[in-house]
Design a protein around this ligand. Sequence first.
Ligand SMILES: [Fe+2]
Ligand SMILES: [Fe+2]
Length: 395
Amino acid sequence: MALRISPLSFPSQKCVCAPPASSVARSHRGIFMASTLHTSAKTENTGKPFSPPREVHVQVTHSMPPQKIEIFKSLEGWAENNILTLLKPVEKNWQPQDFLPDPSSEGFQEEVKELRERAKEIPDDYFVCLVGDMVTEEALPTYQTMLNTLDGVRDETGASLTSWAIWTRAWTAEENRHGDLLNKYLYLSGRVDMRQIEKTIQYLIGSGMDPRTENSPYLGFIYTSFQERATFISHGNTARQAKEHGDLKLAQICGTIAADEKRHETAYTKIAEKLFEIDPDGTVLAFADMMRKKISMPAHLMYDGRDDNLFEHFSAVAQRLGVYTARDYADILEFLVGRWNVESITGLSGEGKKAQDFVCTLAPRIRRLEERAQARAKQGPAIPFSWIYDRKVQL
Ligand SMILES: [Fe+2]
Ligand SMILES: [Fe+2]
């Protein structure tokens, strides 16, 4: 999973992500910390030995009525036959090494040299996007944690044999190859400041994420459906652009990751489809709830120790390059509305009908807002990114 949405395009979500520069505080032990908008909670001397660089303060928990947990228990067999079948056996899966120079081969150095020659032709703004995507993938521990917050489907033991738990672990294992491959490619490319990137990953995993899924698998599977499609689109675009820059091997890397994301999207949208079938009212309410809150991106708490608005800056570059844009956000929403046939659901409650209307008319409204924002938008400034040794990239 991955991704972001341009802060230029939407009225920004209340709370969470971006702290104003003034909210950055130096703790008594000299650890640089940036709080969320709830700055009053943190002062110069918190008395805490360590705090995450980004803190999320308002969080709703366990909003799904407990009796609905039974729905997920009853779907165990269905998940085994319909979801676990979407996993590939490990022996048939690709591995990062399939796309990288083999360090045990005689030709290793020559292959690395060729990789670096190709990377030289690629502009800095592309690398900012690729690093942001890699950092997002590398925060995978957070996403497995997120799935295991969901009531009724969590892995209760760490090695549970329920279908839901088997899926979550195998999904994580497949996803783990994404960050691994991009990380090794970027390391070999010689184009990026690996230490700054590694710090960003450490900060991000330390901060976590706030998808606002409230321990509810209804909200959780809407969120993952959206996110897997978002990452499919984003990695697909970095593949296309790598090809345009003449790097077919990098295009193959990004395209291969995109194909995994597509398969994961199929799984999560299938789960949500089943929930629409069993509980249309509850599922359409969950869909509308997630869209009202806006889908926050998994790496929204990103920080590199320097730039307090790193995520917004990275998102702005991705938007300008067309790697992931506000239009993609609207397109994903529209795709999901169609995928789940939301317009033709009948027999809904009054609230359910309102939710149905909301999600079915939202995409055009987002696009209109986006067009107006684009018309008003001036060219962004060029700002330094620590990931590329403080070279400046236009937002
Ligand atoms: Fe994914
Ligand atoms: Fe991924």
